[in-house]
Design a binder for this molecule. Structure first.
Ligand SMILES: NC(=O)c1ccc[n+]([C@@H]2O[C@H](COP(=O)([O-])OP(=O)(O)OC[C@H]3O[C@@H](n4cnc5c(N)ncnc54)[C@H](O)[C@@H]3O)[C@@H](O)[C@H]2O)c1
Length: 368
């Protein structure tokens, strides 16, 4: 059993509990230490609930990193965005492997520094882009890589949510408040929050690299300081083209991440609200549904599939799958397939280029 510490994920926090549940489902690691909040009393209250020993609950992430180095196998950083960089850095400086949530850091310079630091210290660094953990996303990736739809021509990826279709950030809503604050979120609201998932997912499933893009970031809700909606045109290293749309002001939408990839001989479509199905549209034939759990899945999809077909799997198991790859990496000492710090760097760079493009009237800008 590996041992991990958590930084962030305090009482009332959203995603920290999801990580803890995913790690419990994964079954390879046990929570043994924490600095769940900036407020030590809150850390102590939650730590007691979670069964963490009192002397392993810390006032600051720096203290945790210093005193737990050597006693834990990895740390999970699930704070609001502004605290990713200093906390990941503290862990890496003490030789601790880290899984950090997205968006990785505020700037690509910070992200590059952390990747360099991890390399120097010989530790693994992951960024939890959740959607890579879905079996049918792996199926999509492996089908594209083995040529089932031919050369990719066009990618359409969208991620609309509607929970910020009103000014939630002025109502005391914990999650909305820091996400909509330019200083804490890192200069974007929804691009960092949900657009970042699109940015990771497309190269992950297609193997293509964005070479240039043109972005328009909007603030649809009056009074909002940052983007809550955006459209991005992309070009890839193969000449393929793409179109992304992300939103958190798409009234009525819940978590509508959808990716469609069109190649010379077929198309593929995956929708996260119906995650066990991958639609395959071969050229000149009827479309078919490929179901998670069936025996003809690709090896990667099989490895991430847990329950029989018809017994739905979802988000928590996708998170658990990311941790399976990460924990296997720590056990074997060799990188298995999980989203890395390098992916995090590319993600932050993508956001910077989108912001620059949008400020310049949606100018085309190179990603290099
Ligand atoms: N991968 C995903 O699908 C996914 C989903 C949701 C959120 N996220 C990311 O997870 C992170 C957290 O989001 P959330 O919605 O859970 O936020 P949240 O506001 O609900 O929780 C953040 C927690 O971090 C704690 N915290 C902040 N600074 C700290 C510090 N210096 N030391 C210790 N604790 C500190 C806060 O007290 C709080 O408990 C964000 O980066 C977000 O983008 C990822």
């Amino acid at each position: 059993m590996l041992k991990y510490a958590m930084i962030g994920g305090g009482p009332g926090a959203f995603v920290g509990e999801v990580h803890r549940t995913a790690l419990a489902l994964n079954g390879q690691a046990k929570l043994v230490a924490g600095c769940f909040s900036r407020d030590l009393e809150k850390t102590r209250t939650l730590g007691a609930e979670l069964g963490v020993a009192e002397d392993r609950l810390y006032a600051t992430p720096e203290e945790l990193s210093r005193l737990e180095a050597g006693d834990i196998d990895f740390a999970v950083v699930v704070t609001s965005n502004e605290a990713h960089y200093p906390n990941v850095k503290a862990c890496l400086e003490n030789g601790i492997h880290v899984m950090c949530d997205k968006p990785f850091t505020h700037t690509s310079a910070q992200a590059e520094e952390l990747v360099e630091l991890a390399r120097d210290r010989g530790v693994f660094l992951g960024v939890s882009y959740t959607y890579a953990g879905y079996p049918m996303v792996r199926q999509m990736r492996e089908m594209i890589l083995r040529g089932d739809i031919g050369a990719v021509r066009f990618i359409n990826c969208e991620y609309p949510q509607g929970w910020l279709a009103e000014m939630l950030e002025t109502t005391g809503h914990i999650q909305a408040e820091w996400r909509a604050d330019p200083v804490r979120s890192g200069g974007t609201l929804s691009l960092g929050d949900v657009g970042s998932h699109i940015e990771y997912l497309v190269p992950h499933v297609t193997g293509l690299k964005v070479t240039r893009l043109a972005a328009r970031l909007d603030s649809l809700v009056e009074g909002r300081l940052l983007d809550d909606n955006g459209t991005i045109l992309t070009e890839y290293d193969t000449g393929a083209r793409g179109m992304y749309w992300y939103s958190q002001a798409a009234t009525g939408m819940v978590n509508g991440l959808k990716i469609r990839v069109f190649g010379e001989t077929g198309g593929l479509e995956w929708f996260q609200e119906d995650p066990d199905i991958l639609h395959h549209m071969p050229l000149g034939e009827s479309a078919r549904k490929i179901r998670r759990g069936t025996p003809d899945l690709t090896p990667g999809a099989m490895a991430y599939s847990h329950t029989p077909p018809g017994h739905p799997e979802g988000w928590l198991l996708a998170f658990a799958n990311i941790y399976t790859s990460f924990c296997n990496t720590l056990v074997d000492g060799e990188a298995v397939d999980f989203p890395t710090g390098e992916d995090g760097v590319r993600g932050v760079r993508f956001m910077e280029v989108c912001l620059e493009s949008s400020k310049n009237d949606t100018a085309w800008i190179d990603m290099t």
